[in-house]
Design a protein around this ligand. Structure first.
Ligand code: ADP
Length: 329
């Protein structure tokens, strides 16, 4: 049995990037309740300035959206991170395993710390230790596979390093996990700035497609996507032509095609954008419809999360207890 674990942060509305890079893989991967666990990682939402009521609302919305996207509580365990104490308990032991230097080298930390500093907000210590808590999320379940977007590669590498180090120092305790990424669209880029990833923090971002966007909003954003300067035609070349390549990646992910082959079918950007918009609208339509139904029934979602937390705790507690014993407590 290979156990699967992954999570999403309730820091904003979920995006097409989250869907193509992560959630779609999760739906394909769900197996049995104790083999696939998916988590709304709300503790991770506290690493930057946050509004408490909004975090709570977005947590429930993320869970509702994951169910709407096709996760089924009969086949997987869906829960909220803060409902299971073991994540924070294990995180401390891993802080005693990680080094200050390796955390400061994390690319996301450097980017987010620079942003927090520039905004005058100051850098929370938890922003630095974030990848350690993420390692705890994963290791507490003896996870074998972590289906994530490309941006999480470095954090999963750190998780592996910490697992190996802990096992070497204190005896075999953790499974060493590996990341899995989708074949296409592992890193969906912002439609207005195709050199940075499509991220959910820009809530009103014109370059960010949200899963719950109305079809008209999706069309508008895709039709206004920046393509690259000069008229090089429709060519798949992510380094030199990031804008058009991003559109081809999205189209490939939506239609099951291959970006280079798809490029051959277009001579102009307009037709490509129209097809991308249609494909994204069709891909997201059933999720939006199902989300509306589930959102009208919050009691059901709460019950799923409660049951999920119970199942998650039952798996994590003995693992974390074992880690406490191994480290000498
Ligand atoms: P974010 O706040 O950037 O959406 P999350 O940690 O909540 O970050 O992301 C949840 C999952 O979605 C992760 O597996 C992450 O790798 C994936 N993901 C996020 N943005 C993108 C993107 N633009 N393209 C592909 N995958 C993405």
């Amino acid at each position: 049995m290979t156990r699967i674990f992954s999570g999403v942060k309730p820091t904003g509305h979920l995006t097409l990037g989250n869907y193509l890079g992560a959630v779609r893989q999760w739906v394909a991967a769900e197996q049995k309740p104790d083999e696939a666990l998916f988590c709304v990682v709300d503790l991770h939402a506290l690493t930057v300035e946050h509004d408490p009521a909004r975090v709570r609302r977005l947590s429930r919305q993320a869970a509702t959206l994951l169910l709407a996207a096709g996760l089924t509580p009969e086949k997987c365990t869906l829960f909220v991170q803060s409902h299971v104490d073991e994540h924070a308990r294990l995180s401390y032991l891993l802080e005693c395993t990680a080094s200050d230097g390796e955390l400061r080298r994390m690319v996301q930390y450097k980017e987010k710390a620079a942003k927090a500093q520039a905004s005058g907000e100051g850098v929370r210590l938890s922003l630095l230790t974030y990848p350690v808590l993420m390692a705890a999320d994963i290791l507490a379940y003896r996870t074998g596979e972590v289906p994530v977007g490309e941006d999480q590669r470095q954090h999963v590498e750190l998780t592996r390093d910490l697992a190996v180090r802990f096992n070497q120092r204190y005896g075999y305790t953790f499974t060493v996990p590996k990341a899995t990424h989708p074949v296409v669209a592992a890193r969906v880029m912002d439609l207005q700035d195709p050199t940075s990833k499509m991220g959910k923090s820009g809530d009103t971002g014109p370059g960010v497609v949200f899963i719950l966007d109305e079809p008209e909003a999706v069309r508008k954003k895709v039709m206004r996507a920046v393509t690259d300067s000069g008229d090089g035609g429709v060519v798949y070349d992510p380094a030199a032509r990031p804008g058009v390549s991003n559109l081809l990646d999205i189209l490939a992910a939506c239609t099951g095609g291959e970006p280079t082959a798809l490029a051959d079918g277009y001579t102009g950007y307009g037709a490509l954008k129209r097809d991308v918009a249609d494909a994204v609208v069709e891909l997201l339509r059933p999720v939006r419809v199902r989300h509306a139904e589930l959102a009208a029934d919050p009691g059901t979602v709460e019950a799923v999360l409660r049951a999920g937390a119970g199942r998650a705790r039952a798996i994590a507690r003995p693992v974390v207890d074992e880690a406490y014993r191994a480290i000498g407590l």
